[in-house]
Ligand binder design. Sequence first.
Ligand code: SF4
Length: 396
Amino acid sequence: SSICLATDGKIQRRQTRPVPVGSITIGGGHPVAVQSMINEDTLDIDASVAAIRRLHEIGCEIVRVTVPSMAHAKAMEEIRHRVFTTYQPVPLVADVHHNGLKIALEAAKHVDNVRINPGLYVFEKPKLDRTEYTQAEFDEIGDRIRETLEPLVVSLRDQNKSMRIGVNHGSLAERMLFTYGDTPEGMVESALEFIRICESLNFYNLEISLKASNVPVMISANRLMVQRMDELGMNYPLHLGVTEAGDGEYGRIKSTAGIGTLLAEGIGDTIRVSLTEAPEKEIPVCYSILQALGLRRTMVEYVACPSCGRTLFNLEEVLHQVRAATNHLTGLNIAVMGCIVNGPGEMADADYGYVGKQAGYIALYRGREEIKKVPEDRGVEELINLIKADGRWVDP
Ligand code: SF4
């Protein structure tokens, strides 16, 4: 299996095919890309252009826009033009929510990637008696899906654009549901059916997502997808996300549990954290997950002890001050420790350490070496001086 568990302290990422989304490449060893979706009405061009720019400026590398109708698809032309001419070429994705081929075809002209949901390519009448589909029925619907999808696949292929096959646990097509159940297997088979159609048309610029609001289901579906792709000799990159994760702390934890677990196994090439909050709130969560796993380094890494009876200063407050003074410096690792009782090794290879020394004094460390003892009230200032003396400071 290509599920890779870290043995040397570094995550071994599963090798995937590079897939273009405008100027960003997903997979192929490229950094795990961060994406989100604006929640403006796409018909409100001013608001959509501003929202795309706002998200991109804070690190959203791929921006998705909903395209529920032909008018929305046409609006993408102006939105893209305005974003590109007044700002920069942001990689754009159109989310096409149903099997409206004409809408998807129009959107494909104006964006870099079209997201489709296999569960919405439904041609059968609901079987109210829940009888199983015969193979003939199953295949006949498969043929109709293929006919419907073909022009979109050909258009994206000929423009060297890409497609996301985005399966949702909550919207599996009935025939998948009746054949495989409401299961990770049903999700994987839904994706594979669409992959096969694309491959038969020589289109390989695909990314796959298998999302669920239930974290164990989302994790199993992605693991199973990797296993099936390995068996079939496929290596499409995966887009990870937990749908309807909610808001606040629990929404973040739920997303991290799902996305982080898979990333730690080397699975996942792009992520979206879906929060019931402004999309801007999702981006720092994405970067924190990637930083915590050592997959991307975009912030200062802070190491801090939890404090205890030995703590010689107000650790929470000092950590806050140190963070406020230094969080604009990327690539540094700074430790704030209540005391040195367990040795500098506890600072986990920090570049700098701020450590309780004795009542009223702290010690500053460079790596594992104690540099100087300073009165506590000058601690943060002296830490900055030390970083400056080492030439590693930049003004905020
Ligand atoms: Fe307590 Fe010192 Fe450990 Fe912090 S580093 S938790 S103060 S023993």
